[in-house]
Design a binder for this molecule. Structure first.
Ligand code: RB5
Length: 113
């Protein structure tokens, strides 16, 4: 079964639930390390937890979510071995995997996609 680590801060609780539900529905095992309330947390902590978990092995990729996706992707990209993309659209998302070998992808819960 494909496996994903997913984490979010308080800026993307609803989006995290959407990802969690959808990924499970299409057959992914999801290790959900995010928060489920609007209580404020620090996005670098969430990024670090997910990246360290990913580096243990066994995951296909990771997903990080914050209000914009910006802070949590910047934080993830400070972790050795992590290449986190913050794609502008589906083309960029596909290229992030194909051309950049991204192992994490970030989105913003407060962004209108
Ligand atoms: C939290 O309020 C917000 O700053 C955070 O989710 C993110 O958007 C930072 O980049």
């Amino acid at each position: 079964m494909p496996s994903v680590v997913l984490a979010n801060d308080h800026g993307a609780v609803e989006l995290a639930t959407i990802f969690d539900d959808y990924l499970k529905k299409i057959g992914y095992e999801v290790n959900y390390l995010g928060v489920k309330t609007n209580d404020s947390v620090d996005y670098p902590d969430m990024a670090k937890a997910a990246c360290e978990e990913y580096k243990k092995g066994g995951y296909d990729f990771g997903i990080l979510l914050c209000g914009t996706g910006i802070g949590i992707s910047i934080s993830a990209n400070k972790v050795e071995g992590i290449r986190c993309a913050l794609p502008q659209n589906s083309y960029a998302a596909a290229m992030a995997k194909k051309h950049n070998n991204a192992n994490f992808i970030a989105f913003g819960g407060r962004i209108n996609y």
